[in-house]
Design a protein around this ligand. Sequence first.
Ligand code: XMP
Length: 319
Amino acid sequence: DWTMRAFREEEIAKIRAQVGKGRVICGLSGGVDSAVAAVLIHEAIGDQLTCVFVDHGLMRLNEAEQVVDLFRHHYNIPLVHVDASKQFLGELEGVTDPETKRKTIGRLFIEVFEQEAKKIGGADFLAQGTLYPDVIESVSFTGGPSVTIKSHHNVGGLPERMNMKLVEPLRELFKDEVRKLGRELGLPEIFVGRHPFPGPGLAIRCPGEITKDKLDILRKADAVYIDQIRKHGLYDEIWQAFAVLLPVKTVGVMGDGRTYDYVVGLRAVTSTDGMTADFYQFDMKFLGETATRIINEVKGVNRVVYDVTSKPPGTIEWE
Ligand code: XMP
């Protein structure tokens, strides 16, 4: 892609000019944006960049391993992998309010990130995969600048605390452009084509209290759902698809026994930038088959529902 090749060259020059001989630290989230930002910056300044991946225990099935593998083995980019899941889940115990969840995760993320940054001797710059919609989402259609719909998770607050300047090479791009840039940089298709994943992770797909057990159920249900979508060749038509574990148990019947288990909600939307979205029109046969698979393959779930809400009025994530 000609435009992205030019963009890549331009940004590399800009990053070099901005950073000079300084040290840069980049937080990876497991998502496309931070990965593309990191690879681009690495291309510009090589070993002046260190990536830090804080695993909050709220990742999808096998996701942490995939990130580590991509950076350490595919690219050979130095990566600090911190397993902070106990700390995050510990502090989230008993927390049910969506904004409190987001803020708790945001604060802990900063704390853990800061500790790790200190361990490697600090840095002059903090790199982030901020996109154009991230910059403007808080002033979107839903009620003007004075209304915060959701506190978005990023490493806000850190640059000042640690006296770091920001490097945000993707600030002018939309998601589809970031994907093009990722391909241009040689990221594997399975990574580039991935649906967006929010910073607070599965915490905001598990309304009510978060527990390790619930997260494990959710991870399995989500993996079955995504497997179904891939098998039916629908993954690339959908902007984002994921499972939500509802904090409700309902009665069911299995064989000749009564069950009393959780409900899984399925979400799938089409969108171009995440700011508005339409629910995806699966055919009923697909939904029925998926429900059967989830209930058969995931212990603890006996009912599946499909979310037919577009954005607005619904947001994409449930919290
Ligand atoms: P909502 O739920 O606001 O989501 O309709 C719009 C898009 O943003 C993603 N999202 C987040 N991404 N940190 C992120 O990096 C967050 O805190 C966050 N919250 C929502 C969401 O997955 C969707 O793609």
